[in-house]
Design a protein around this ligand. Structure first.
Ligand SMILES: [Zn+2]
Length: 254
């Protein structure tokens, strides 16, 4: 079965803590049968977005068939953030955007005007926007889902599908908001059938957070999907088909 991992981080360190290297990252993908990973920054959530975005693009240039970078900007900066986003999304190597409101320390409502411009920019480029969700005070699942009403043409992804405390409302929001998607990355294994029962299998994507931890977490989270008891057609959509569509891989192959 083909696998796209929609939620990973590729960065050699988190402050002083070493993380899987580029080689270890690719080895982990091979070991677990992952064909393509969407990579996000970590240190870029603390500043220097431009430098970190350039680094993500370098990884993609080195592994063009395996790695798709998602850009990050800091909405608290206002116009320069929108300009940096436009710069990244004008480069065809970037196919999505990632925010980590919690680490970046902004509630969407604090930066509402800029967020609307950012979401419009993403919609123009038809690039999905992934948000960390599931942790107060800046990133509850409700705060993220509320943005689907601000710019209905933007495709917004709950990066953790409610994570732990918000999985139940995440299922309801997924059902009710047409432009909301879920990356199944973090909730308990048994939560996946619930999300699919609530909203169907067309809006759920597999993600692992690999890179933030070693390959064993990737293997475990993959197992949660494969052994979920869902039918093969649903599993195929979650592991590959839905991501292929959001990333335009048929129209624009890697
Ligand atoms: Zn993550």
């Amino acid at each position: 079965m083909r696998i796209i991992d929609f939620h990973t981080h590729l960065q050699d360190r988190w402050f002083l803590r070493p993380l899987p290297s580029e080689t270890q990252f690719l080895d982990g993908m091979d070991r677990c049968g992952v064909e393509v990973s969407c990579i996000y920054t970590i240190m870029g959530f603390y500043g220097n977005c431009e430098r970190e975005n350039n680094q993500l693009a370098n990884y993609a240039r080195a592994h063009p068939k395996r790695i798709i970078p998602f850009a990050t900007v800091d909405p608290k900066l206002g116009k320069p953030a929108v300009e940096e986003l436009e710069r990244c999304l004008s480069n065809p190597v970037f196919r999505g955007v990632k925010f980590h409101n919690w680490l970046q320390a902004f509630a969407p409502s604090m930066a509402r005007e800029t967020m609307i411009e950012i979401l419009r920019c993403c919609a123009r480029h038809d690039a999905p926007v992934v948000f960390h969700d599931g942790t107060p005070p800046y990133a509850t699942t409700f705060q993220i889902a509320a943005m689907t009403r601000w710019v209905p043409e933007a495709k917004i992804v709950l990066g953790h599908g409610g994570l732990a405390d918000y999985v139940y409302p995440a299922g309801q929001l997924l059902r009710d908001m047409p432009n909301l998607y879920i990356c199944f990355c973090g909730p308990k294994a048994g939560d996946l059938p619930y999300l699919v029962e609530m909203a169907g299998a067309d809006k759920v994507l597999f993600g692992s957070d690999f890179g933030f931890s070693d390959w064993k977490m990737l293997a475990g989270r993959l197992d949660d999907v494969i052994e979920s008891g869902l039918d093969n057609a649903s599993i195929e959509k979650i592991l590959h088909g839905n991501a292929e569509q959001l990333l335009h891989l048929k129209e624009r192959p890697l």
